[in-house]
Design a protein around this ligand. Structure first.
Ligand code: S3P
Length: 188
């Protein structure tokens, strides 16, 4: 496992920004990417929880989805303003629903969309009840509707897309790093 590098340009001269639906693997693959590259892992959900002083389910309950989206855009803006480098930025699944977030994502770095089949997503998200948008009578149907609405938005925002349905986290991380190195060669 590499130690955090002092010379981030030598590792990869760009942040990695992970977008994609809930359960597509952003957090787990993000953690592994950060370890492999010696990058920091930043997570917009965690930044939102920190700045709101509340858990995500409580933000949705007290401030509604729109209130949550405000916090999310502020978190992204803050990362851009801080000019973060050497980071893997994992984002919440709804980040692409606000058009204003798209230039911020691209300003942050190489935007990688993670996808997975509907079945795999359902299976992965069923293990965790902390996602308020799936607190519905029929979460499977909700996933299907949200996926249909959001897929074109992820596509439009992504520089690169990787299907994680049948890949190990390690395999996915290697492929993302290889693609990023191809597109952003380290300056000699
Ligand atoms: C959301 C996804 C969640 C979190 C919030 C809303 C969404 O993040 O931001 O519950 O709108 O898809 P994950 O994609 O990390 O689960």
């Amino acid at each position: 496992m590499p130690a955090p590098s002092d010379n981030l340009e030598a590792v990869l001269p760009v942040n990695l920004v992970l977008i994609g639906f809930m359960g597509s693997g952003k957090s787990s693959i993000g953690r592994l990417l950060a370890t492999k590259l010696g990058f920091h892992l930043l997570d917009t959900d965690a930044l939102v929880v920190e700045s709101a002083g509340m858990q995500i389910t409580d933000i949705f309950e007290w401030k509604g989805e729109e209130g949550f989206r405000e916090y999310e855009t502020k978190a992204l803006t803050c990362l851009v303003d801080r000019k973060v480098r050497g980071a893997v930025v994992a984002t919440g699944g709804g980040i692409v629903t606000r058009e204003a977030n798209l230039p911020l994502l691209h300003e942050l770095g190489f935007v990688v969309q993670l996808t997975a089949s509907e079945e795999v997503i359902f299976e992965r998200v069923s293990r965790n009840k902390a996602r308020p948008l799936l607190h519905t009578p029929n979460p499977r149907e909700t996933i299907s509707e949200l996926l249909a609405r959001r897929s074109p938005l992820y596509e439009a925002a992504a520089d690169y897309t990787l299907d994680t349905s049948i890949k190990s986290h390690a395999q996915a991380a290697e492929e993302i790093i290889a693609e990023a190195r191809r597109r952003y060669p380290t300056p000699l």
